[in-house]
Design a protein around this ligand. Sequence first.
Ligand code: HEC
Length: 435
Amino acid sequence: MNAPIPRDIPLPLPASEGLLEILLIVSFVVHIIFVHLMVGGSLFSLVCQVKGLDVPDYDRLANYIMRSITVNKSLAVVMGVAPLLIINTLYAPQFYASSALMGDVWMAVIPLVTIAFLAAYAHKFWWNRFVDFKVMHIGIAFLETTIFLLVPLIFMTNVNLMLFPERWPEVKGFFSAMLLPNVLPRYLHFLSAAVLISSLFLVWLTGRRAFALEAPVNTLRILDVRRFFYSFALGAVLVQVLTGMLAWITLPAEGMSWTVTIWLFIGGVPAIPAVWLIWRDLNEQARNAFKHFNKVVGLFAISILIMAYARHEYRVNSLTDHNMAIALKTTNYRAAALQAKQDADYIERMKPAVSQSGEGDFQQYCAACHHSELPTVGPAIPEIKTIYANDPEGFVRWTRSPGKKRPESMKMPGFSHLSDNQLQAIARYVLAREE
Ligand code: HEC
């Protein structure tokens, strides 16, 4: 493995690993559902606005969607905080590395989301002003939708990159990370899930009495509106299955195992009866048109949970080797650090013996300024000997923190960093020296 192996910071986790993993899966599912609604809702609103160019009812529908997804947008972001923090905690070395490798684009998520939010709010509040100015009207929806499509791609690129440390050396920023084999299939899988989940949400939303009361649609029948959304659900499931297969095929082998594969396929199984039920609902008479809707939603809920679990398993698998390598490196490092400290302590303890003669330290610290015969920068040795002949303690005191004595010379630097033993040894050496 030629993967860079960072060293971990050995700090205890704030909770047990198992608990954090469960929290990660659950909070991620909640987050991703709102993300689906946000992305899919923006897409549907855009589609309805474009259709609204011909049939004004669709424009009113677009407005209704826009108003009802706003809350999902905020929830998507807020609910993303928990899984992001847990990922940061559980996979610190890998997530840090992948975020850093695409740092500029990763950081750009914040301004991007801000812009998209502002655009969405402006659009919602000034809908009626924009509505006759089509370029602006659809343009702003397009901008917002584009950003909402881009942000998940950035996230996906990052959480994909973090799984494959052996690719880190070759990755040059966001785009090359995005082109790693598995990202685009997974992204398409995500997009069709967004369409699927938000279309189901819209079928539900337009089936509520509140919708009928507000009656945003005049010429269209509510039944047809609901069928319009429901048929998107049908199409989206089919794309889901195809992109799911593609994502599975392109999934790098590192994290693959039979368990992951089996769970992924089990997760896909509910799609079969769901397709069948949607198909039947779509072909029913008005009275029974959405008879199986709740079952369909239930089937997909099961599917999402299983998929989220399989996804987590894959991540655990693909990082096992790397985590072991990191743990090993960290252990070795700590052992080496401990050894170095012990060596340093040993040398420190031996120091008095080493510098007992004081000569070595004198040569190292003092000789540059104190010559054996002539005054140079500082006074010569004989002069010092005369002053301190009977006062080695005074010598040490001066050397540790010199005063200012001779007007013509500079101030001597202090040597408070030398130990008492060293200074005393220097004093003994200088004062006993034969010149
Ligand atoms: C950067 C030059 C420099 C170095 C290095 C230096 N000294 Fe001095 N030393 C001086 C100067 C200059 C004076 C005179 C200072 C004054 O009179 O104010 C001086 C004065 C002294 C004196 C005489 C103090 C007195 O009472 O007149 C002693 C003793 C002395 N140094 C010891 C040392 C020892 C021991 C070391 C090494 C641990 C050392 N010096 C390193 C520049 C230096």
